[in-house]
Design a binder for this molecule. Sequence first.
Ligand SMILES: *[C@@H]1O[C@H](CO)[C@@H](O)[C@H](O)[C@H]1NC(C)=O
Ligand SMILES: *[C@@H]1O[C@H](CO)[C@@H](O)[C@H](O)[C@H]1NC(C)=O
Length: 316
Amino acid sequence: MLKMKRICHLIFRLLFLLDGGVWSLRNLVISVPRAVLSGEGQSAVLRCSYDLEGAALYSIRWYRAETEFYRYVPRELPPTMVFPLPGASVDLAQSDHHQVRIVNLNRHLSGDYQCEVSADAPLFHTDIRSAPLTIVDPPFRAPRVSVSQRNYVRGDVIQANCSVDEAYPAPNITWIVDDQKIAESVSWHTSELDFRERGAFSQLQLSVLESERYQLGRSYTHDHSEMIYQQNYIISKEHSRQDVSYMMTPPESGHFTLGCIATIHDIYARRSEVLVIREDAPRPASVTGEESAGTVRTYNVVQTSVFTVAAMIFSL
Ligand SMILES: *[C@@H]1O[C@H](CO)[C@@H](O)[C@H](O)[C@H]1NC(C)=O
Ligand SMILES: *[C@@H]1O[C@H](CO)[C@@H](O)[C@H](O)[C@H]1NC(C)=O
């Protein structure tokens, strides 16, 4: 019985081999950091793990965008070959049949990296995996936030801008009210091969509602950009200019904080100055009316939007 089973297993295995089966190379996994900083002293370790199931290794090859830059062939002496990778170098001392360390990277080397593993004769079974790596040139300064006013009365619409210096890739901007993320502007990059640095800019219209009868944190937006709504949170995706609008109920404390954060993947996050916005003591309506014509116009336009949204909410 046991013998029968073994024979069956052997036949099965043989068929599998003839079929170009994967007995000699399995579980190829590439592991590449999503993003690393550019510049001298910075490095990225790219790893490749695999299971040869007892077969010998023939070669490991690393490619960036289909151009080979590192090869490891244990049968050759020396086993390592390095090809020029303009804008970085391979740290041979820390590269082998499982990893390659590249140092002093520049952003033009961002892109897909591939690891190709070949098992030795007779099958030379080969497999390849790919993963993206972004080499980040962070913005020079922290993001800058500016607001149209530091004081509000209920019903005001506060305009706030957040701008970030040029960087690669263009950073995302997140708006923070009282330590809570309320909105995010996602920067769009046009092409994988466009390595230009870009700044980021986000404009927020923050409406402080008259009272608490509206749903908390209901947000609305201008309709020209692609928006994703979540509860109390809004994501805006647009190519250049980003406008997001958010409605908040008046805080009981009579003040709130406002700031923005610029982020690039998981490698860069920097916060702007945090502004404190305070409620004015209630004043006669005529005081608001005396402000500049521009402000009054904006106020009216947004007031209209507030009513539209209020109507929408009530019609739900
Ligand atoms: C925000 O930026 C816009 C466009 O650049 C500008 O017109 C507006 O005055 C800015 N507002 C504030 C509060 O800085
Ligand atoms: C910006 O956010 C989007 C959506 O979360 C994400 O896919 C993208 O990688 C982010 N970009 C950067 C530069 O962090």
